[in-house]
Design a protein. Structure first.
Length: 591
């Protein structure tokens, strides 16, 4: 799974301890056998940006948890090799995307793992509150917080993210039986506090006094619009495809509303594309609100809709933010539910491309959670889905410390090697790296083979990073892979026009151009591109505009010269560059 020696670093930095011989107590599982519990994971403190909410009163008898106990998949290394072959042009298996049934047969957990977990739950009186997930790789327990605390020897408390006011109930420590070592590889929600949207909070929604003229709309001189992007990235002549599915991920009660999309399309959509809409699908209890617009959700949907024109668009509204007023249900952090939902879809209902503008600092994500989510992304790629995620809006980090030492901060899932990570650019007469665009080297995932030559060349030949070389993991998965415009995007929210910044702008832009390619391939009898990165690094570089000026920054002055410069070739500020649709289309058709 491309894991590096930095796994140990992450465990230390989050004070996570796996199965130490502490915190033992005895429980009876079955056949009158006695088993001891040990601490599975322990955090010294909440992740940065989170504090315990002492003002919130939590009724642990009436508040419930939906607890996911994940069972280890078998033969993941063999599956990853197969998935990479399927994604690599020139390989005999290229484009031979798999059904989920075939994938499940390859990686199915051991039956012994499921049986042991169920024995444990039955012994604790929770068997009747438990069920096996549809894909047979998790046991889900739905019980009161008091019952879950007893099960895990844990203490759950309310925590609030000071930046956004997001509220979750989590624990800093939990235990499971020693006998489950090797049979359980993740228990959540426990120590993972959740994701945030990657729309820049430095310059949030800025109202525009007056609407742009037609000339300004296309010129990119003041603001970014679909017409501006069409001119810059050469997709003005794209066929009005009607096939395929473009997917947009929605989390954290961010809702896209049709009325704002209609205003946006009427004013800024390209000719002949003003009446299109989108479908909203509820995942894990998510809502499809028509009256509560979210800036992030509206941004993603409006640009995906405008660029993909007549291709069906689906907004996946994924629930997961706790709604209690003293009681209620605290669900799993929604990423897992969202990915499980997608993988459970039949091939005809899967999106060909999906845009995800949410993530968080890699150091706040437990290693087991990061590994499992990244494995799910690898399965989506093997199913034929192109997954694009935002690189983040803090450059190389804001705090820039690891375990008390200066170090660049990396993002998740941007650092997962099974996604295509999109960085940010700004300016159009001279497009350059955006200073807040996320970029760097994962501290958890090692560098995959598809980018070895490219990144090694940068490490050896680039001199601009010499002053900061001690602050990043040279052997880590490097990102971003590509980039696109990330500043001054016009959107509508609540009936008003305004501008926003962020790699949340870049991601639906690049993802929508990929969907145009996927729809073209499908119309020509070719399989979708699926997992993109081997194609991007090996075949498609000539279809990208190399960005050689600007760069990213960060660290709030704690590290002199923090950041990376945009230079010729790949770099950790702008990746391989920005899209040139007509060139990518020719390459895609020839692949």
């Amino acid at each position: 799974m491309f894991l590096t020696r930095f796994c140990a670093f992450l465990a230390l930095s989050s004070s996570a301890v796996a199965f130490p011989a502490v915190g033992k107590h005895v429980l009876t599982v079955s056949e009158d056998r006695e088993f001891t519990n040990s601490v599975r994971e322990k955090l010294a403190r909440p992740p940065q940006g989170w504090t315990r909410d002492e003002s919130f009163t939590l009724d642990k008898d009436t508040s419930t948890l939906s607890l996911r106990i994940h069972l280890p998949h078998q033969d993941m290394d063999k599956f990853h090799e197969l998935a990479m072959n399927i994604a690599t042009p020139g390989n005999p298996l290229y484009g031979g995307h798999l059904s989920q049934a075939v994938i499940n047969n390859i990686i199915a957990p051991k039956e012994e793992s499921r049986d042991l977990v169920m024995q444990w739950l039955n012994s604790e009186g929770l068997g009747e509150y438990s069920f096996i997930s549809p894909r047979q790789d998790s046991v889900i327990v739905q019980a009161s917080i008091n019952q879950i605390e007893k099960l895990l020897n844990a203490e759950y408390s309310p925590y609030v993210r000071t930046e956004t006011g997001q509220l979750v109930v989590r624990t800093l420590e939990y235990s499971i039986p020693d006998v489950l070592r090797g049979h359980v590889d993740m228990v959540q929600p426990t120590t993972f506090f959740g994701m945030r949207s990657f729309r820049s909070t430095v310059s949030d929604f800025r109202p525009i006094e007056s609407l742009l003229t037609a000339e300004a709309t296309a010129s990119c001189n003041s603001y970014v619009t679909p017409a501006c992007l069409a001119s810059l990235y050469k997709f003005s002549s794209a066929t009005a495809y009607t096939n395929g599915i473009m997917g947009i991920a929605g989390f954290l009660e961010e809702y896209a509303v049709q009325s704002d999309l209609k205003l946006f399309m009427n004013k800024y959509a390209t000719e002949g594309n003003k009446g299109e809409t989108f479908s909203c699908v509820s995942v894990n209890g998510g809502s499809c609100s028509s009256t509560d617009p979210g800036t992030e959700a509206n941004l993603d949907v409006q640009y995906a809709r405008a660029i993909t024109e007549s291709i069906p668009n689906v907004f996946y509204s994924t629930g997961g933010s706790p709604p209690w007023l003293g009681s209620g249900t605290n669900t799993n952090e929604p990423y897992l539910d969202f990915l499980d939902y997608l993988l459970d879809l039949p091939a005809a209902s899967l999106p060909n491309t999906i845009s995800i503008s949410y993530g968080d600092d890699e150091s706040t994500v437990p290693l087991d959670y990061a590994t499992n989510v990244c494995n799910l992304f690898s399965q989506l790629g093997a199913r034929g889905v192109s997954v694009l995620v935002a690189s983040g809006d803090s450059g190389v980090g804001s705090d820039c410390s690891a375990n008390g030492s200066p170090f660049f901060t990396t993002s998740f899932p941007a650092g997962c090697p099974w996604v295509t990570t999109v960085g940010g650019t700004t300016g159009t007469s001279t497009e350059e790296g955006w200073s807040d665009g996320g970029g760097g080297f994962s501290e958890v995932f090692g560098r995959p083979a598809y980018q070895n030559a490219t990144v090694n060349n940068w490490l050896v030949t680039d001199t601009t990073h010499s002053g900061v070389s001690e602050y990043f993991n040279h052997s880590g998965r490097a990102y971003p892979d590509v980039s696109a415009q990330a500043t001054d995007f016009i959107i509508y929210v609540g009936g008003s026009a305004g501008a926003v910044d962020g790699t949340s702008c870049a991601t639906p832009t690049f993802a929508s151009i990929i969907q145009l390619l996927n729809s073209d391939r499908l119309s020509n009898g070719q399989p979708g591109l699926g997992f993109l990165n081997p194609w991007l690094y090996g075949n498609a570089t000539s279809g990208l505009k190399d960005i050689t000026s600007g760069g990213n920054s960060g660290c709030d002055g704690s590290i002199d010269g923090a950041g990376f410069s945009a230079v010729a070739g790949w770099d950790p500020a702008t990746g391989l560059g920005t899209p040139l649709y007509t060139s990518l289309l020719a390459i895609s058709r020839a692949t």
